[in-house]
Design a protein around this ligand. Structure first.
Ligand code: ADP
Ligand code: MG
Length: 381
């Protein structure tokens, strides 16, 4: 009996924790790729920390440790990585806004985490597909109490100026869209490019078409994907059948541009401009999160298109998960350290409890249950 109560208490407590909003940072280490010499800069990994071995010029000690909410080593599977993301999916259906970012230098595994490898198998599906699968699955489970409408929107931010929907119904032209405030949808882009969807297969088709359109519309396609932020936004609208109350949530799945710093002496012209825009927007993302943490009266959302776009999903009401990717190679060590420093700055942030867009009875009930279970436990002790 006692153990059951403990177990129950723990479960409920975790559920309440999951519903609390905060910023989580997970670090993922890519495995060595075929043909790479496997001299690793990763010294030690456990569930929540990672040690990087550093060449002498980075400090006397020869190693640096970083702490995160979770660290995934090179052998972590896509399924394992997703299992720690899953509670956020439910949150979107419950009316929260959720942002999931993939951060890291080019080649560190951002796209692998979000989408998967080029040739997809069921085991290798990334977070995007798994999240959508879960959304459809849970919304079906709840079909007797809720009626959900799910739609997706794909946006690419390239060079700050261009915000182009790479959506099949409005492809090719790189439109410059106005970003507006829209607290209703939790997304600052007009809904026009949003496409209703009912299954993961449909979304995969849309994404394929979107990718192709994007490829055609860009002039120098030479790995442009690593120099733009690509954002898949899923809007969820749920109507509770009994009360008619509507709950809206959304989830942004963002594959960020590569965070590597470009040597100014080596690049010129367009390439330099791109690099400056990327630095600016990634720095702006870090600034916004740290301003939120310090409860600053001014949150500098307007400093980049990215933060403007995600404004409604980065405040106190929202939940954020950042996957930080690092490569294990020794010659990446300088980028690895700067990636981990950026991540640590973000990880130190604790946002206040996220508020659900509607007062959620379930949360209250859970809190009461936890309180009474705690009281029961206290009596027994
Ligand atoms: P990024 O998007 O950060 O530039 P990618 O996701 O394209 O990096 O990864 C670079 C290469 O490494 C790709 O060939 C990818 O399939 C491979 N890769 C990345 N992460 C993993 C992983 N966890 N397991 C196996 N291969 C990976
Ligand atoms: Mg990529």
């Amino acid at each position: 009996g006692y153990h059951r109560i403990l177990e129950e208490n723990r479960k409920l407590y975790n559920q309440v924790q999951d519903l609390k909003g905060n910023i989580r940072v997970y670090c993922r280490v890519r495995p060595f790729l075929p043909g790479q010499s496997n001299l690793s800069t990763v010294g030690h990994i456990d569930d929540g920390s990672i040690t990087i071995l550093t060449p002498p010029k980075y400090g006397k000690e020869g190693h640096k440790s970083f702490t995160f909410n979770k660290v995934f080593g090179p052998f972590a599977t896509q399924e394992e990585v997703f299992s720690d993301t899953q509670p956020l999916i439910r949150s979107a259906l419950d009316g929260y806004n959720v942002c999931i970012f993939a951060y890291g230098q080019t080649g560190a595994g951002k796209t692998y985490t979000m989408s998967g490898p080029k040739v997809l198998t069921e085991q290798s599906f990334g977070v995007n597909y798994r999240a959508l699968n879960d959304l459809f699955h849970i919304s079906k489970e709840r079909k007797d109490t809720f009626c959900y409408e799910i739609s997706v929107q794909m946006i690419e931010i390239y060079n700050e100026q261009n915000l182009s929907p790479y959506c099949p119904h409005k492809p090719l032209h790189v439109d410059t869209l106005d970003i507006r405030n829209s607290s209703q949808t939790g997304f600052a882009v007009p809904d026009a490019n949003s496409v209703p969807v009912t299954s993961t297969t449909e979304v995969i088709e849309l994404m394929d078409i979107g990718q192709k359109n994007r490829a055609v519309s860009s002039t120098s396609m030479n790995d442009r994907s690593s120099r733009s932020h690509s954002c898949l936004t899923i809007h969820v609208q749920g109507r509770e059948l009994a009360s008619g109350v509507v709950v809206r949530g959304c989830m942004h799945l963002v594959d960020l541009a590569g965070s590597e710093r470009v040597n100014k002496s080596e690049v010129k012209g367009d390439r330099l401009k791109e690099a400056q825009h990327i630095n600016k927007s990634l720095a702006a993302l870090g600034d916004v999160i740290s301003a939120l943490a310090q409860k600053s009266s001014h949150i500098p959302y307007r400093n980049s298109k990215l933060t403007q776009l995600l404004q409604d999903s980065l405040g106190g009401q929202a939940k954020t998960l950042m996957f930080v990717h690092i490569s294990p190679e020794f010659d990446a060590v300088s980028e690895t350290l700067s990636t981990l420093k950026f991540a640590e700055r973000v990880a130190r942030v604790e946002l206040g409890a996220a508020q659900v867009n509607k007062d959620n009875g379930e949360v209250k009930e859970l809190r009461q249950q936890v309180a009474s279970l705690k009281a029961a436990l206290a009596k027994k002790e």
